[in-house]
Design a protein around this ligand. Structure first.
Ligand code: FES
Length: 379
C-alpha cells in the first residue's frame, strides 16, 4: 500500500537544528518541539490547511465537475478538488483512487486526468447494470458539490519509461473500452518523453468507448478498432506493426494493456515464449479461479452452509447469500473483502496479508480458498 501524506501534513517527529547553526540542537527549539508534539494531535484535525482526513488515510474531496464522455451516455467523468483548494497528493500514470461511497461500498477507479495537475483528480466510471451496484451508485447519487471520501492515490500499474527504468525501445498501449482510463495518462507521458509509441483502442462500438475526442489529438499513433465494424482483433493487430523481414512482432517492446480477462489471457499465452517483450497489464474483472477444489463455507452468525464450486470464488458464493458482503478489486490487493476464519485451513492466494494477519485467521474471500473441504467464517 502506498499510503501517502497530504502535501500539507506536518509531521513533528525530529528536533530542528540550532537557530544559530551550532551542531547541537537549540534548547528553546527542543522545548518548542516537545510542546508541539503534545499540542499537534489535538489541533491537527481542526487546522485550516489540513483537509478532512482520518488516520486510515481517508480524505474528503469535493466533486467539482461531471461529464458524459461516451456516446451511449454510460460513462461519466468525475473531477475532484480539495475542499480548501490546496494541492492534492502527487500521482503517476496507472494510479487509482479508492472511492468510499455513501452506502459503505468501496470501489477503485483509475485516475485518468493530467498527473501534472495537482489541483484536480479525474476518474471515469462506466455504468454496469448487472454489477455489484457501485457504478450505479456513482452514476445515480454523486452530484457536483458533494464531498466524497477517497483513499489514495495508489499505484498497482506503474509505467517504466524506456531509458528510465525499462530496457524496451518502444511502447504499445492496448486499451479496451473503459480500460482506456489508466492508459490515457500513460499516453500523455509517452508523448511528453518523446517515446516511440503506438496504441490500439478496442471496444464493442464507437458509441460505447469513451474519450474519442481526447485520443484524437495523438493522430495516427492511435488505431481505433471496434468489434461491430471489424470483429475481434487478432494478436498481431493488438501488438502493432510487425517486422517486415520476419513477419513477427519486433522485440524490445513494452506492452501496457487494460482490458477484459479473455483478452489478457490470450496476450499472456501469445507472449509466453517472447521474453524480449514486456507485458504489463491491469484487469478490470476478477481473474479465473485456477486449480480450485469445491469446499463449503459455514457462516458463524447463522450457521448457514454455502457451497463453493471449483471454479467459483468464495466471495461470489458468499454474495449469493449475503449480497451486501463488501468487496472492491476482486483481485486480492485492496483488502476490502477481508474476513476472519474461525476454523478450517486456508489456501492463501493473495499477496497483501502479512504472516501475523494470516496467523490471526484473516482471509481474502475474493481469491483465497479453503485448503480442505470446509471453513467457518466470522460472518
Ligand atoms: S476485493 Fe479486494 S482484496 Fe478482495
Amino acid at each position: 500500500m502506498n499510503q501517502r501524506l497530504h502535501p500539507h501534513s506536518t509531521e513533528m517527529t525530529s528536533p530542528p537544528p540550532h537557530l544559530y547553526g551550532r551542531w547541537r540542537h537549540d534548547p528553546m527549539l527542543l522545548m518548542g518541539t516537545a510542546i508541539a508534539k503534545v499540542w499537534w494531535p489535538f489541533w491537527r484535525p481542526m487546522a485550516p490547511l489540513h483537509p478532512t482526513t482520518a488516520d486510515d488515510g481517508v480524505t474528503a474531496v469535493r466533486l467539482v465537475d461531471r461529464q458524459v464522455v461516451a456516446a451511449d451516455e454510460n460513462v461519466v467523468t468525475l473531477t475532484f478538488e480539495a475542499p480548501d483548494g490546496t494541492l492534492l497528493t502527487r500521482w503517476h500514470p496507472g494510479a487509482h483512487l479508492d472511492i468510499l461511497l455513501p452506502s459503505g461500498r468501496m470501489r477503485e477507479y483509475s485516475l485518468c486526468g493530467d498527473p501534472a495537475d495537482r489541483r484536480q483528480y479525474r476518474i471515469a466510471v462506466r455504468r454496469i447494470p448487472d454489477g455489484g451496484g457501485g457504478s450505479i451508485e456513482v452514476h445515480d447519487t454523486l452530484r457536483v458539490g458533494d464531498l466524497v471520501r477517497i483513499r489514495g492515490p495508489r499505484n498497482a500499474f506503474p509505467i517504466a519509461v524506456p531509458g528510465h527504468g525499462s530496457s524496451a525501445r518502444s511502447v504499445r498501449f492496448i486499451a479496451a473500452g473503459i480500460g482506456i482510463t489508466p492508459i490515457l495518462p500513460m499516453m500523455a507521458v509517452a508523448e511528453r518523453f518523446g517515446l516511440d509509441w503506438s496504441m490500439i483502442y478496442t471496444g464493442r462500438s464507437r458509441t460505447s468507448i469513451p474519450f474519442l475526442d481526447e485520443v484524437a489529438r495523438f493522430g495516427d499513433k492511435v488505431t481505433i478498432r471496434t468489434d461491430d465494424e471489424s470483429g475481434l482483433p487478432s494478436m498481431t493487430e493488438l501488438l502493432g506493426p510487425t517486422d517486415p523481414q520476419t513477419g513477427s512482432t519486433p522485440g524490445d517492446l513494452a506492452v501496457y494493456c487494460c482490458g477484459p480477462v479473455p483478452m489478457l489471457d490470450r496476450l499472456r499465452t501469445h507472449l509466453a515464449d517472447r521474453p524480449d517483450i514486456e507485458l504489463h497489464y491491469e484487469r478490470f474483472s476478477p481473474p479465473p479461479v485456477e486449480d480450485g477444489r469445491p469446499f463449503t463455507i459455514t457462516l458463524a452468525s447463522t450457521g448457514q452452509q454455502i457451497p463453493v464450486a471449483a471454479d467459483e470464488t468464495a466471495l461470489s458464493a458468499i454474495r449469493k447469500t449475503v449480497p451486501s458482503a463488501p468487496y472492491s478489486c476482486q483481485q486480492g490487493f485492496c483488502g476490502t473483502c477481508k474476513v476472519r476464519t474461525l476454523s478450517g485451513a486456508v489456501d492463501h492466494r493473495d499477496n497483501i496479508l502479512t504472516e501475523p494477519e494470516r496467523a490471526d485467521g484473516q482471509f481474502l474471500t475474493c481469491v483465497s480458498r479453503a485448503s480442505g473441504d470446509h471453513i467457518t467464517l466470522d460472518l
